[in-house]
Write a protein that binds this ligand. Structure first.
Ligand SMILES: Cc1ncc(COP(=O)(O)O)c(C=O)c1O
Length: 380
């Protein structure tokens, strides 16, 4: 008789509220007969975010997802047609698609070798090389940016900075200063609402403009120059529904507990994998004092491409799912427009050769952790 084939260990498993937890919110929604269009649950979620960010509610708005949030923020900034937006070459494709769909040109930059982030120093260097009209750094894998450093950059350069903080809910804060942040509430992110996004901005009027653009661009303000109901600008439909707000509210009510469990899981896996590899794995390091509060992925950096490829093959053999996160680099994406500017990206290219995402999800069993450990040990 052949030995039992072990089950595949998934790369990630969404940590979503149960139907029972959602029911009270869905009942409230149904009783109110409001299912979208800034209903009571969306307003309650926005009020909860405003308390957490210690901002007036007018300085944030929910959106249908982070991709549309980024697009509308870029539109609301009023950048000239063909504006050049600096983004890291090492990011999820949505960062670039948002730039292109907002009518701007992506300028692809390198990332720091340790934090894997596009830093103010990299942005300053890019500004020396070519014209830049705005900067869109990414909180890669949720790692927060140093907001004081970006505020200094904004003031010094006069260029608007928007942080694509898609994976960084709970990690990326304004840190006592100002800025513009766009979060994803996708099911795989640290505050899952199924689909959803949050735009936070201390830039005067920006969040209000994004809110209007997310509702087609329709004016709802009786004091504005166009009448209520008329189009103030050409927007889109990027509103968060009440269904998604219900999921977001439940997720928010238990966020701290989930975040602690993810931190503990990350610390445990890093420790056992460091031991299994003879300390030859490297990990993303914080860019500032702000820690990563709710990791959603585990991304190991191997010593070289051959070892990465060997670990990837060994994981597949042992039925562990892996992912080459953020690869290929944006600079390799043929579908981006021909006017995309590609700056030198040696660190991003090295990361693309050596990174591998390993299984990481809430409730990962000891037996599953042991299988990951054993594969890493065998490869080293
Ligand atoms: C860096 C980054 N930006 C943007 C997005 C898009 O977020 P959403 O799925 O909410 O549109 C993601 C999603 O994974 C992401 O990782």
């Amino acid at each position: 008789m052949s030995a039992a084939v072990p089950e595949w260990i998934p790369l990630l498993v969404p940590d979503m509220p149960s139907p029972e937890e959602l029911l009270p919110y869905l009942q409230r929604m149904h009783a109110a007969h409001q299912y979208s269009n800034f209903g009571p649950l969306v307003l309650e979620l926005e009020a909860a975010f405003a308390r957490r960010f210690a901002l007036p509610q007018s300085q944030l708005t929910t959106v249908a997802n982070a991709t549309l949030g980024l697009e509308l923020v870029l539109q609301a900034l009023g950048l000239p047609p063909g504006a050049r937006v600096l983004i890291p070459a090492f990011t999820f494709v949505a960062t670039a698609t948002a730039v292109v769909r907002a009518g701007a040109i992506p300028v692809l930059a390198d990332v720091d070798a340790h934090s894997w982030l596009l830093t103010p120093a990299i942005a300053r260097d890019a500004c020396q090389r070519t014209r830049i009209d705005a900067v869109l750094p990414v909180a890669a894998f949720g790692m927060p940016h140093d907001m004081a450093a970006w505020q200094q950059f904004e003031q010094g350069s006069g260029l608007p900075v928007v942080i694509d903080a898609a994976a960084a809910y709970g990690s990326q804060w304004l840190q006592g200063t100002g800025g513009t942040l766009v979060f994803s509430l996708h099911t795989t992110k640290s505050l899952p609402a199924g689909e959803g996004g949050l735009v936070v901005s201390t830039r005067p009027g920006l969040a209000e403009r994004v809110r209007q653009l997310s509702n087609f661009g329709i004016n709802l303000n009786p004091a504005a120059s166009v009448p209520p109901g008329a189009l103030a600008s050409v927007g889109s439909n990027a509103k968060m529904s009440e269904y998604h707000a219900a999921i977001g509210l439940v997720s928010l009510s238990k966020w701290e507990c989930g975040a602690q469990a993810r931190q503990a899981l990350e610390a445990d896996l890093i420790q056992i994998l460091n031991a299994a590899s003879g300390a030859r794995l490297r990990w993303q390091t914080p860019a500032c004092d702000a820690p990563l509060m709710a990791p959603t992925t585990l991304c190991a950096r191997l010593p070289d491409a051959a070892t990465r490829n060997a670990l990837e093959a060994a994981c597949a053999q042992a039925r562990l799912m892996t992912r080459r996160w953020y690869q290929p680099l944006l600079s390799q994406m043929q579908a981006l427009p021909g006017d995309t500017v590609r700056l030198p990206t040696p660190c991003a290219e090295d990361l693309a050769q050596t990174l591998l995402g390993l299984p990481f999800f809430a409730g990962m069993a000891q037996g599953q952790r042991e299988r990951v450990r054993a594969v890493v040990e065998a490869v080293f």
